[in-house]
Every structure is written in C-alpha cells, then in structure tokens.
Design a protein around this ligand. Structure first.
Ligand code: FEO
Length: 441
C-alpha cells in the first residue's frame, strides 16, 4: 500500500515544486488522487501581493457553515501574510485549526518558519489565531504582537504566556528592516481586541475580518473574481460587520486618512483597487436605506401565504420594492444581506401553540445578532383557534427598537376583507418607507 508520502511524490504538480512531505487534514492522509487540480495548486501556492508581502493563506473549500449559523456556499479562506524585512520577518494572522501544516509549508517556501520574529494577531478568533500555538512552538524566539485585549485573549484561548507577547496600541510600529509595520486599533471588527496592520512603505493594509468575504477561490485578487464578489461581500458584511455599524464607520474614517494601495483581508480576495470595497462599505454602513421592504414569512396551510401575496402586491403598487422570503426555504444570508439597506421589514407568522412559528422566532434572534439599521416593521399572520403570534412578535420587535406600524391576525382562510386589511397595512408601511427615504435623501 502506498504511504501518503508516496501519494504525494507521485503527483506531478507537487513533485514539480519539490514538495515531498505528507499533508494531513483532520488527522487523515489526503488522498491526492481525489483532489481537483485547483486544490492541488492551492496546496503549494504562495503569492506576493506586494513586494515582500506574501500571501501564505489557505482555502477551506469544504467548510459550509461559520459560527454554526452562517451558510458558506462557497467555503472560505484564511489569509495569512508573511512580511519579510532586511532584519526581521513577521507573520500576520495564522489559520483555522487543522491547516497549520499547510501554513508552515507555505511559509517555508519563503523563509524558514523557525526564523519568524513576530506573529501579529489582528484578531483572536480561532479561524485566524488557531494556528498561533503551532507557529510559536515552531518559531521559538517569536513574539506575539496584538492589542492589550488581544494579548489577554491569546492567553485565555491559546495559552500564550505574557513573556512571549508584545502589546501594541494605536500608532505603534515595528521596524523589520526597510519594512515598517504600523498598528491601528480597530475594535469590534469583529471582536473587541481587533486591529489592523499597515505595511507602511507599500501602504498594504491587513484588515483581518474587515473587508472580508467568505469565499474559497483559486483567484486571490478581487479584480479576477468577477461581479458576484460584492454580492458575497455584502452577505459577509451583513452577518459579521453589521452588528458593529458604529465601529465600521469609525474604521472607515481611519482608512480614509491613509493612502492605502492594497487591502488584504483574512477572508476572500485581496483588493489592489481598495476604492471598490471601501465605497461598498460606505454605502452599507452610511448610505441611505433603500425603498425596499423585506417580507419574511412562514405559512403552514396557505393562509399566511395568502396574506403575504396581498402584502407583496400592495407594497409593489406603491412603487416600493417588495422582497418576500419564505423562511422554510430561504437562505438566511440572503435575508441578512437585504436587511443591510431595506427600509422596513414585515413578519408573517401563523400562531403555533400560542406563539410565533419557530422559524420566524429564530429569524428574530438572527436580527438581534446582526442589528440591521432598519427599525420600521409590521406583523401579520393567521391562526386556527386562538391567536398570539402577532402580539409576541410585536413585543419582541419593540424590545429591539422597532416601530411596529400594525399587527394583523386572521382566523383561518383570509376573506376579501382580511386581504384588504393586509393590503392596507402594507400600503401604510410602503408609504412611510417612501417618506423616510425621501427625507434621508
Ligand atoms: Fe474571521 Fe472573526 O473571524
């Protein structure tokens, strides 16, 4: 039987670069015979995104969920960057646990991993910092560089002792010899300890989660990815950054004060034209809400569905975009993405055992987590023998700061009058949306 090493040596792509070590994933030898060409290339790829700034990250092609609720239809990547000065070398961010071997192999294509002097931790979440224990064990003289809060978290999460850590604050820098790393505090993007690292001479800004996209790709640069990129970046923004809109705005102000040439996040593509993603973030975080209404609903026997149809038509009749999502089949990432700039949201739920349907209750929990700017809503639905869902949802929405313009509960199949009431509620919401959007303009 072939050993993993033999598999590896047999592969022409790998032997071409003299890569002859077995690579393990999830503690199992990788079967190189079933990897795609793209995956094989990815195993050894190192990209110089700017002079002496090397991408040594990895793609996680098969990951399908993040934080146990965010769908990842295209996988994700964990971008790490090696910055090589005349005297010192720094590794900025690491990788998700399980990818440490690959990270170190990529580093070894540029420098000996043992010679790394600094491991910069922009963010303590394990998808970027999970490789720190392995890297610090390999580079035994390396220091971990992070914010004060980051150092504390590195101790808690990764057992990094204080003597191996250097705390930096906003504006501090480290000279690598002809290459300067400047640190910019950027808290709550996406945990309290987050910061950016600027390679000052080349104005390469390493932003970790900020400006990221959950996307595994053989194309590292944004301009090679195509128009779908910003759609995915917006979903990512909605789920990861929108809860911290105020901090996003502060970070955008900070970035505006620089002359950034390259934005290199730790998920997804690198932007050699930073204006593209900065403009998108400006729009999502500070732009006006749009004349559109999200209608999230569940129907068990078609009655809430019938109300939904009347509502969609009434909103559209006002010239306002109506976006219905049947939460039985909808992708929550799409809903979140539309909530970035929707001006109102309607919730349709039948009453189930005295309260809302669990899928709508769950969506409200998602709203609590992602904190969209929209604060205008209404509630509707049907019931069989006793209502209750609408009151429950109204209270929940008001506790999140929503103005609830109305509630409508209908027993059984909606009649003509019920459908007219639903349309009337939707019309009132749509008209208020138009007023508010005009006011914002
Ligand atoms: Fe990509 Fe907050 O970690």
């Amino acid at each position: 039987m072939n050993s993993p090493t033999n598999h590896c040596l047999k592969n022409p792509l790998l032997s071409n670069v003299g890569f002859n070590l077995a690579f393990h994933k999830n503690n199992k030898p990788i079967d190189y015979n079933i990897l795609t060409v793209i995956e094989l290339t990815d195993l050894v790829k190192v990209v110089e995104v700017a002079p002496e700034v090397f991408w040594v990250g990895v793609n996680d092609w098969n990951r399908r969920v993040f934080d146990s609720f965010i769908p990842l239809p295209y996988g994700t990547s964990y971008n790490a960057y090696l910055i090589v000065g005349n005297e010192h070398t720094a590794l900025v961010d690491t990788v998700n646990p399980g990818f440490e071997d690959l990270l170190l192999r990529k580093v070894s294509r540029v420098v000996k991993p043992e010679t790394i002097d600094y491991v910069v931790m922009n963010h303590a979440e394990p998808d970027h910092a999970g490789g720190i224990p392995r890297v610090l064990a390999t580079a035994q003289n390396a220091k971990l560089v992070a914010t004060r809060r980051g150092i504390e978290m590195a101790g808690v999460y990764y057992g990094v002792p204080p003597e191996r850590a250097v705390a930096v604050k906003d504006g501090d820098s480290i000279d690598l010899g002809g290459k300067t790393l400047r640190f910019l505090e950027a808290p709550w993007l996406h945990w309290p300890e987050t910061m950016f690292t600027l390679q000052a001479e080349r104005q390469v800004l390493l932003t970790c989660d900020f400006f990221g996209t959950h996307m595994a790709s053989d194309r590292l640069f944004a301009e090679d990815v195509g128009d779908g990129l910003l759609k995915e970046a917006k979903k990512y923004y909605a789920e990861i950054m929108m809860p911290f809109t105020l901090f996003v705005q502060r970070a955008l102000d900070k970035v505006a004060g620089l002359d950034v040439k390259v934005i290199a996040p730790s998920h997804g593509p690198v932007y050699r034209d930073p204006k593209r993603i900065i403009a998108a973030y400006e729009e999502w975080a500070r732009g006006p809400l749009k004349p559109k209404v999200v209608i999230a609903y569940v129907s068990m026997w078609g009655n809430t569905e019938a109300l939904t149809q009347a509502i969609v038509e009434a909103v559209a009749a006002e010239g306002v975009e109506a976006i219905p999502y049947n939460m039985v089949v909808a992708d929550v990432a799409h809903v979140a993405s539309d909530l970035v700039d929707a001006a109102a949201v309607l919730f349709g739920s039948p009453t189930l055992i005295g309260g809302p349907h669990p899928l709508i209750a769950s969506l409200l929990e998602v709203l609590r987590c992602i904190r969209p700017r929209v604060k205008l809503g209404a509630v509707y639905g049907s019931y069989g023998w006793g209502g209750g869902a609408a009151a429950h949802l109204k209270n929940r929405l008001q506790s999140m700061g929503f103005e609830v313009m109305g509630t409508l509960e209908v027993r059984g199949k909606p009649g003509k009058e019920d459908l007219e009431k639903a349309a009337g509620l939707a019309q009132a919401v749509a008209r208020k949306v138009k007023e508010s959007v005009i006011k914002i303009k």
